[in-house]
Design a protein around this ligand. Sequence first.
Ligand code: FEO
Length: 395
Amino acid sequence: MHREIADGVFWAGKIDWELKKFHGDEYSTHRGSSYNSYLVKDEKIALIDTVWAPFSKEYVENLGKLVDLNKIDFIIANHGEVDHSGALQELMRNIPDTPVYCTANGVKSLKGQYHGDWNFQVVKTGDRLNLGSREIVFVEAPMLHWPDSMFTYLTGSNILFSNDAFGQHYASEFLYNDLVDQEELFAECIKYYANILTPFSVLVKKKIEEVLAMKLPLSMICTSHGVIWRDRPEQIVHRYLEWADSYSENMITIVYDTMWNNTRIMAEQIAEGIHGKDPLVNIRLHNAAKTDKNDIITDIFRSKAILVGSSTINRGILTSIAGLLEEIRGLGFKNKKAAAFGSYGWSGESVKMISEGLKQAGFAVVNEGFRAMWTPGEEAKRECAEFGAGFVEQL
Ligand code: FEO
């Protein structure tokens, strides 16, 4: 299937409705995804990115219906990750001498993964490729989100091929941003940013400012996942600038795991206390062992503060909370406050351990946390609510 999205510019990707997990099992894709590949036909012909490896054969076959593969002059690999480069091996079997344009780090990642002795052409920001009536301009975008990432801009058509940036894991036959359900679209966009781009926010902001300063006319942003931004493409750029700038909403997320419901009771009482103190704050409760990890991360990204709770087990914490602490350590959230809580029967180390984990993850821990022994009775419940109210005052 191909779609002409601008004069001589074709979408030639793959919509993956079946995908439910991405990056191994690391990222949930409830609404599937797509791997967007684009073909530009001018006097010269350029192919921008390919698709994930399992779809290599059908991709190359379909591409062959759109263009004689031998007539492709340039292959551009904006990013070496396998979801965009996976079909290169199959393609290069057909056209082994066609030059592959990528960054210096792109060569490393492509060679490292495919071990092919391909005709690599290393490009840097500002390098151009003449297609005839239009030009391709390269813009390196390291750490958005890999060291090898780059953007490609097509003059004349005014299209920015941004690869992962501005994308979403969202399968849709509609293809364009203005045709899909807006709530679904932006839910997937913020989830993608929160879970993938958060660690690189400083670089995201810098790169966007650099590209905006180029004052390139922009008619579309063609990402490598999800929809093409043709209706006010600048809207997602502005969202990214907000998200990259220590983003938070008036939201508090409470994440806990619980063995015999005691820590759950604490979480709910804390939520009541928060609500009593600030009825306007949006409170989200998640049992980390039951809720999708990436959805929790998205709520943490949106929150100005979080509370993390666990029962004590074996002088430690429950594994879903341990995993979550590791996850947020890697993401490096900025400008968020936090505190810990948990129930215990005997030794009761969990609260201290969670507080330490939160500090290591860069959260400002505002108090020593709150422990409740055994099943919270009326007094302990009241103390939990007071702890929640006090937490609001400490923000
Ligand atoms: Fe969509 Fe970084 O690959």
